[in-house]
Design a protein around this ligand. Structure first.
Ligand code: UD1
Length: 426
């Protein structure tokens, strides 16, 4: 069985380059389905299981999808199905965003109710309500949703989201591009990945304004075409390396990290004693002068607040901070499964409701642990870097879903880390 082995106690140095953002690429690949003409070329596409899954989903509908190094081209002129294979959709919650483009362009979409990371109930009611406000009907039968647009197509609507859901904002924004008239999304998600999606849609000929604010206005157009687009850097990957650098580095440079996308993390790491310096190409981070981070309190929330996707990693880092930290998860229920794994390494953490109470200890100890979700896997690598002895991490398929060459990148920074895939080591 594949595993990662980390030998703790070696400092990180040098620089690491962040890949394109997984959470921008996924909806952008789905948005490519909106183009009636031409081929899209998407650049800086990371090599990830989730991305391969989305490429396969779009291809299964009839699109021509080709990868050439870091670029992926998609031609959606000959789509022949509005029902992506259920096993692909069930594997990944983000696949649900093919619903908006299919419904808008073909008037129909049949999508299995989604799966994805095992982090609590993740309903799609806001996506459904949004499409219904645009005139569509949704029938749920046998674990799938069948959306149908009225004969004359979707119509623009004013939609207020009860929660600024990232995926619902994307789905509605994409559907609205081909609807008649104007759609206004209030309380929209402001994540940089949604701004990137809007930029791509506009390059395809759409009229989307206000992405990145609470209110997005979309004026429907008759048709979209393929476009060239370079994806923004992955702020979660960047944040993972910044946390590792603050904990175990000697001035690690995270190339491609965009400080504007990482304000909440930068503020927290500085509060914990780390030093950061940014320039146009990236961010450099140094641990605190005393060596150990200081305890800080962190609360996850929607962008621009501290991201839930960097919660596990900061919990791992704070496990050896000086003092008591409180980390509160407000976005997802049941997203503390990594805590049990960190406890195996000796961490003194207990959970009360939605808060992890972390008593910083001097040193973690290497242990055999399992990645329970995508970000938990990265957290265990971070924990292993500073632990005494060897940490053996299982459950790698989670890490492969969202980190492009995590092991190689940490190794280039001087970490003693290796991956063992059955007989093969790399
Ligand atoms: C996206 C990200 C994921 C990140 C999350 C929150 C992608 C591919 N994934 O997921 O990495 O952790 O944002 O930043 O971009 N909700 C509802 N009803 C809905 C939709 C969502 O109640 O119809 C709730 C969810 O259960 C959750 C919260 O809203 O508690 C946020 O979910 P959402 O923003 O939709 O996350 P995703 O788009 O699934």
């Amino acid at each position: 069985m594949a595993k990662i082995i980390v030998e703790g106690g070696h400092r990180l140095e040098g620089s690491v380059r962040v890949s394109g953002a997984k959470n921008a690429v996924l909806p952008i690949l789905a948005a490519s389905l909106l183009a009636a003409h031409g081929t899209s070329r998407i650049e800086d596409v990371p090599h990830l299981l989730d991305v391969e899954n989305m490429m396969a989903t779009v291809a299964a509908l009839g699109a021509r999808v080709e990868r050439d190094g870091q670029a992926v081209s998609v031609c959606a002129e000959n789509i022949h199905s509005v029902e992506p294979p259920h096993e692909l959709v069930r594997r990944m919650r983000a696949s649900f965003v093919v619903a908006g483009p299919l419904l808008a362009r073909f008037g129909e979409a049949v999508i299995a109710l989604p799966g994805g990371c095992n982090i609590g109930p993740r309903p799609v009611d806001l996506h459904i309500k949004g499409f219904e406000a645009m005139g569509a009907t949704a029938t749920i039968e046998g674990g799938r949703v069948h959306f149908r647009a009225p004969k004359e197509g979707l119509r623009g609507a004013r939609i207020y989201l009860d929660i600024p859901s990232v995926g619902a904002t994307q789905n509605i924004m994409m559907a609205a591009c081909l609807a008649r008239g104007q759609t206004i999304i209030e309380n929209a998600a402001k994540e940089p990945e949604n701004v990137d999606l809007a930029n791509y849609l506009n390059a395809m000929g759409a009229r989307v304004r206000g992405a990145g604010t609470d209110t997005i206005r979309i004026d429907g157009v008759d048709e979209l075409h393929g476009a060239v687009h370079a994806v923004i850097p992955d702020r979660i990957e960047a944040g993972t390396f910044l946390i590792a650098g603050a904990l175990a580095g000697t001035g690690v440079y995270v190339e491609n990290a965009v400080s504007q996308h990482l304000m909440s993390l930068i503020a927290k790491l500085e509060e914990a004693g780390a030093r950061m310096e940014d320039d146009v190409n990236g961010i450099r981070v140094w641990p605190s002068d005393g060596g150990r981070l200081k305890a800080v309190d962190v609360k996850t929330h929607y962008y621009p607040a501290y991201p839930t996707d960097l919660q596990a990693q900061i919990v791992a880092a704070l496990a050896t901070a000086q003092g008591t930290s409180l980390v509160t998860e407000t976005v997802f229920e049941n997203r503390f499964m990594h805590v049990a794994e960190l406890q195996r390494m000796g961490a003194d953490i207990h959970i009360e409701g939605r808060t992890a109470i972390i008593e910083g200890i001097d040193r973690l100890e290497g242990a055999r642990v399992t990645a329970t979700d995508l970000r938990a896997g990265a957290a265990l690598v971070i924990a292993g870097l500073m632990a005494e002895g060897e940490t053996e991490i299982h459950g790698l398929h989670h890490i492969d879903r969202g980190y492009d060459d995590l092991v190689g990148k940490f190794r280039a920074l001087g970490a003693r880390i290796r991956r063992v895939d059955g007989e093969n080591e790399n």
